[in-house]
Design a protein around this ligand. Structure first.
Ligand SMILES: *Cc1c(COP(=O)(O)O)cnc(C)c1O
Length: 399
């Protein structure tokens, strides 16, 4: 275990040092990173540098199951292991079944390739216009800015490309220039989604440059960032970052959230800073077996998001990425969850359940059937209690 954060040759004021530090995180810091000061703990570059990445490091913090140990000792290539100390501090250190831990520490099932699984199930590579730019829908593009994340979710849909140092999708100005040139040359592109990897692992200057370049393209009306950083490395959301982001409005952000346990005082502060910077916040959640696949957990998660001014956007059926069978639920689970939310809680708390169609079909929404049939001129509708209501829709059957 690295016991200090030695990226600085000489002391300098540390950005975001006034960030909140919860008791749980502080106890964790004292126990496992005693040489890291609270100011360093709250510096996102230290969090990146101190990430828990190898069997030896994982074992110093977590009580491992045989399955986890075997998986970690076989781990060589592919999706790297990486957990920020902050995120580790909210995981169950002694309990291999704890939800957040299961999403980040590999188990042996990860090495099994099951029928229907693929490394690029969404065929993103096929819709790639320039390296790292996926143009699938008529008016919007997915811009993969970097292959780096602060933490690596084992169910990652882009595990084929993330994490490799110097790999295909590391941020490169040359590659970004190619993508920008493509966007400039395609006036139909009005919406750019920055993803990766996690765009908020880029330094302030790079982000500012990229957002500035996008904003200077007249037909780009809407820019959004997809990120898990607010919940896994919340100290990244510094006053300096929010000052940069607010210069590039209209800018939206989608937070990848997995479980209510992520909503600590730190994550709450990070989301508040983003919301206060005028950034409309949405969420995306992957439905995961034994982790968030019940109505109670999902409802608590959606409420936690709303309290942080995040509007739930998508819940995804888990993509059939190689080695993901242990995470995937039947599709009916997602429908059951939507049924358990719709009408039972605020409409704002109900996300859209989607399957990103294997083969590159794009996101396809699924919803529980509320139209149960027709009776003459009446449409028969089922409400959240399962009761049937009639709506007079005399011309509905004609068209
Ligand atoms: C998800 C996605 C988008 C954005 O889709 P919205 O439904 O507009 O949020 C754009 N391009 C690709 C390739 C995507 O996967």
């Amino acid at each position: 275990m690295k016991t200090g954060c030695s990226i600085y040759r000489k002391p300098r004021p540390i950005e975001g040092a006034e960030f909140p530090l919860s008791d749980a995180a502080d106890q964790f810091r004292r126990r496992f990173f005693p040489n890291v000061t609270t100011a360093e703990w709250n510096d996102w570059r230290c969090q990146m540098r101190l990430r828990i990445r190898s069997l030896v490091q994982v074992e110093q913090v977590f009580q491992l199951s045989d399955d986890e140990r075997a998986a970690l000792s076989q781990h060589t290539t592919g999706l790297p292991v990486g957990i920020t100390p902050y995120y580790a501090s909210i995981m169950g250190l002694d309990d291999p079944s704890e939800p957040l831990r299961r999403t980040h520490i590999p188990v042996e099932q990860e090495y099994l390739k099951n029928p229907g699984e693929a490394n690029d199930p969404l065929s993103e590579d096929q819709d790639t216009s320039t390296p790292g730019l996926v143009h699938r829908y008529p008016d919007r593009v997915l811009f993969l800015t970097t292959g780096t994340c602060s933490t690596y979710c084992r169910y990652c849909t882009r595990s084929r490309m993330v994490g490799q140092a110097g790999g295909e999708y590391q941020f490169s100005t040359r590659q970004a220039e190619q993508a920008l040139a493509y966007i400039e040359a395609h006036p139909e592109i009005r919406d750019v989604l920055l993803s990766g990897g996690d765009p908020l692992t880029l330094g302030d200057e790079k982000l500012d440059w990229l957002l500035g370049r996008l904003r200077s393209i007249p037909h780009v009306e809407f820019v959004r960032i997809g990120s898990k950083v607010p919940v896994v490395m919340p100290m990244r959301i510094t006053p300096k970052l929010t000052a940069i982001l607010r210069r590039h409005h209209p800018l939206w952000l989608s937070v990848h959230a997995t479980h209510p346990a992520e909503f600590t005082p730190e994550a709450t502060e990070a989301l508040a800073r983003l919301a206060d910077a005028g950034i409309p916040l949405g969420s995306q959640t992957v439905l995961l077996k034994g982790i968030n696949d019940d109505v109670g957990t999902m409802k608590t998660l959606m409420h936690a998001l709303l309290k942080c001014r995040v509007r739930p956007y998508y819940v995804y059926q888990c993509d059939p990425i190689t080695g993901s069978a242990h995470f995937r639920t039947p599709v009916s689970k997602g429908l059951e969850i939507i049924e358990g939310l719709r009408g039972h809680t605020s409409g704002y708390a109900v996300p859209t359940f989607v399957i990103d169609a294997p083969g590159g079909g794009g996101k396809i929404p699924l919803s529980p059937n509320s139209v149960v049939g027709r009776d003459g001129a009446d449409l028969l509708l089922k409400n959240h209690k399962g009761e049937i209501f009639r709506y007079p829709d005399p011309h509905g059957s004609e068209g």
